[in-house]
Design a protein around this ligand. Structure first.
Ligand SMILES: [Mn+2]
Length: 355
């Protein structure tokens, strides 16, 4: 396992590589070219520059989160092959620069959804929160405005303003796409990219849908163990894998995360480990990483990863906002550093117990 932190690049992130390097046990960074648009080819020059910047700060570029998928690919429209060709070219350029892990998601329109980006907890920290009954009352366009106004001035991943301007059009384009159609389109995409993944040894890691149920009537297909296994079996290639995100899968208490981890043995290429607090059906808050602060048993989660021999990058996920930090919601330095340290502590104990 390699402990990493997500980093959006120096023009977009309040956290610096120098700060990340000082978190004990964090050796890698998961990053992206945050100003590229879905469907665009990433040039080899820009990838090289990004890599040099990370390595120049004494860190390893452990993978990309994300190379986003153009809507044409998810919808399965006539021009999808052009966008898949572009995606393949990006993968080739990443492979040539010795980058071997790509996280992506296959969620229509929105990458993730929350009803509150700064819900105050009793200790004065703030967290992202989700309440389906609140989401049911808002239109998707209003959702973007409300999130954008509370993002502390940061562009939220998956909620880029230029895409959100086209939100009505996007909903229209997805109107004939149900779960089965979306699944077929995912398989079509994966079958087309597998040869380039094999050639350059690039592990694809799909991120589960967040939250793990349909939102705004849009289809959701990566929500539980059955869906994940179906997708892995449909393209039974080791390069077709999963980002095990405990917070996303854990938004539904019916998902037993340690059991899912064991079922996906060999196909988890990247892990996001964070805690959530269940507050009832369709309702949860994010939390500190510690087991006692939320509903997930982080020891059992790390133990399951250890038991299956997980050796990929792992990262703490959304942290609380604490100590007066101003950052992109979920992506401050302080609470994620605490999370990384805690997860490293659990891992050290597991390693020593199993010696
Ligand atoms: Mn995640």
């Amino acid at each position: 396992m390699e402990m990493t932190l997500r980093w959006y690049g120096k023009d977009f992130d309040s956290v610096t590589l120098e700060q990340i390097r000082q978190i004990p046990g964090v050796t890698g960074v998961i990053t992206t070219l945050y100003d590229t648009k879905p469907g665009e080819v990433w040039s080899r020059e820009r990838i090289k520059k990004m890599k040099e910047e990370v390595e120049g700060a004494g860190l390893h570029l452990s993978g990309i989160e994300s190379v986003n998928i153009h809507d044409a690919i998810k919808i399965g429209s006539k021009d999808r092959d052009t966008y898949i060709d572009n995606y393949i070219e990006t993968l080739e350029n990443l492979g040539k620069e010795d980058i071997h892990l790509v996280c992506y998601n296959f969620m229509p329109v929105f990458d993730w959804t929350r009803s509150d980006l700064a819900k105050e907890r009793p200790d004065g920290s703030t967290v992202l929160s989700y309440d389906q009954s609140k989401v049911d009352l808002i239109q998707p366009e209003a959702m973007f405005e409300s999130l954008d106004s509370k993002s502390n001035g940061f562009i939220l991943p998956g909620w880029e303003p230029e895409r959100m301007e086209r939100i009505k059009e996007l909903f229209e384009m997805y109107k004939d796409v149900d779960d089965e159609k979306l699944f077929e389109n995912l398989i079509y995409f994966l079958e087309r990219i597998m040869p380039v993944c094999e050639k350059y040894n690039i592990y694809m890691a799909i991120h589960p849908d967040d939250p793990a149920w349909p939102v705004f009537g849009l289809p959701r297909i990566i929500t539980n163990k059955e869906n994940l296994l179906r997708m892995l079996h449909a393209v039974d290639n080791k390069y077709n894998g999963v980002t095990l995100c405990t917070g996303s899968l854990g938004s539904n208490p019916n998902n037993n995360i340690p059991e899912i981890i064991r079922a996906l043995k060999g196909r988890i290429h990247f892990a996001h480990v964070r805690n959530v607090v269940y507050l009832g059906e369709g309702k949860f808050d994010e939390a500190a990483h510690l087991s006692s602060d939320g509903s997930l048993d982080m020891y059992e989660i790390m133990k399951a990863l250890h038991d299956i021999g997980f050796d990929g990058p792992i990262r703490p996920d959304h942290g609380r906002m604490i100590w007066g930090e101003v950052a992109m919601p979920g992506y401050g330095l302080y609470d994620r550093a605490l999370g990384a340290t805690y997860l490293n502590g659990l891992w050290e104990a597991l390693e020593k117990q199993n010696k």
